[in-house]
Design a protein around this ligand. Structure first.
Ligand code: ZN
Length: 148
């Protein structure tokens, strides 16, 4: 799996991770799969972490997800992944993350973060059996910007 993230969206995730620290930050990744099989993220939706212990776990606010699903129904984009941060942790899935793979077609972006933002970010995709496979992540300049 190969994911592509726009620079502006990376900056949003970075700011969000910093503002949530020392709690885990989370967001939903929206986009589509290109003909070449790359999952191009066209925007991100910041979501509230409603976990009862947000310093150690994350749980995306289901209201956010339902609202998005409704909004995307008329479009060709869809929710293709999920982002969350590990405050002062590593940019790799934890055992808890592996236990909480509920959707096999969702890609995961995981960042280690401190109070200033992301220090490292990694992309992962649920493996066929258990846990995650590494995925590729490219951060590219925004397409929507004009000349120069
Ligand atoms: Zn995690």
């Amino acid at each position: 799996m190969h994911l592509e993230l726009q620079e502006s969206d990376y900056k949003k995730l970075n700011e969000h991770a910093a503002s949530c620290w020392p709690e885990e930050a989370c967001a939903l990744l929206i986009g589509l799969e290109t003909a070449s099989g790359i999952r191009a993220i066209s925007r991100i939706e910041i979501a509230r972490n409603i976990a009862s212990d947000p310093q150690r776990f994350f749980e995306v606010d289901p209201a956010c997800r339902i609202r998005l699903e409704k909004e995307l129904r008329q479009r060709d984009e869809y929710i293709l992944g999920i982002f969350h941060s590990h405050p002062d942790g590593v940019a790799r899935p934890s055992d808890t993350d592996a236990q909480r793979i509920y959707e096999k077609d969702m890609s995961w972006l995981i960042a280690s973060a401190d109070n200033e933002g992301i220090t490292e970010i990694g992309a992962f995709h649920p493996a066929t059996k258990y846990g995650f496979d590494n995925a590729r992540l490219t951060i590219r300049q925004d397409r929507k910007s004009g000349n120069g």
